[in-house]
Design a protein around this ligand. Sequence first.
Ligand code: CP
Ligand code: NVA
Length: 310
Amino acid sequence: MMSVRHFLDLGDAGSDAIAAMLNDAHDRKAARNGWPKAVPDTDKPLDGFVLAMIFEKNSTRTRVSFDIAMRQLGGSVFILESGTSQLGRGESIADTARVLSRMADAIMIRTDDHAKVEEMARYATVPVINGLTDRSHPCQIVADLLTILEQKKPLPGLEVAWFGDGNNVLHSILEAAGLLKFNVRVATPAGYEPEREFVDTARERGARVELTQDADAAASGADVIVTDTWISMGQANAEEKLAAMAPYQVNEALMARAKPDAIFLHCLPAHVGDEVNEAVFESAQSKVFDEAENRIHGQKSILLWALNKL
Ligand code: CP
Ligand code: NVA
C-alpha cells in the first residue's frame, strides 16, 4: 500500500515534487484562460473528492483559495471551526483525525501548535495539509514560488531578502531555499531571528543563508524583497517588538537598493505603514495580488500531489 502523502512542510514533498507542483500550477492556470472562477478544469481530477478544512485561527486567502481550488478540481469542501465544532470543546485531535478520515478524502488544518498538525497526521488515514502553524506556512510558499517564476526569475541562484520578524513564513521560505537552491538574506532585529534548525537545514542543502541586522545590506542586489506582519496571529502586540522592527520597514529607499527589476512579495494580510509603506505596497514592483491569486493555483497542485494525482 502506498503511504499517505501528508504535506506538513515542504520537505514532505521534496524538490522534485515541488517542481512538478509548480509546473502543474502554471499549466492549469494558463489553461483556464480567464474562465469564471468556479468552472471546473476540463479533466476534473478530484471529481467526487471532499476536503475537510479546520480553522483554529483566522483566514481569508487560505480558506477561500482551498475552497475555489477544490471546486476547480471538481471536488468540494466542508469547514470546521474550533468555536463551532467539538474540537473547541476538547475532543482530541486523534479522534477528530480518525472521524474525518472516514468522511473526507483530505484534511487541511490551520492551527497554532505545529505538534497538533503532526498528531493529526499520525492518526489520519487521509492526507493532512498544513494550512499554517506557528512554525511554518508551506502552502504560502508554493504560491510565492509560482509568482516568482511568473516574473521570469529562475530559482537557482535567486537572491531573496526577508525583512522584519523571523516567523513561520520565513521558516518555509528557508525550507524552500534548501530544496530549490536559492539564497536568502534575512534582516531581523536581534532576538527575532528565525529558528536555527531552518537556517542550518537550508545551508546543509546548499542554499546560502545570511543573517544580518543590516537591512540595507540585505536588500543590496536582491531579486525579491519579502516581508510579513511584525505581529503574527497569537502573538502579543508588544510595543517593544514594534519599536525593534521599525528600521526593517520595506520602503522606497530599501527597494532602491535591490535590483531594478526586483519584486516585492507579502503573504498578506498587510499592515501598510508598518512592515511596508504605501508607496511600495501599491507600486508596480509589488506582486502581492498575483501572489494572493496564486494561492488558488498552488493549493490545486498541493491537493493533486497529496492525493497521488501528480
Ligand atoms: N496568506 C495567508 O495565509 O492569508 P490568510 O491568513 O488570509 O489565509
Ligand atoms: N505570519 C503570519 C502569516 C499570516 C498569513 C501569521 O502567522 O499570522
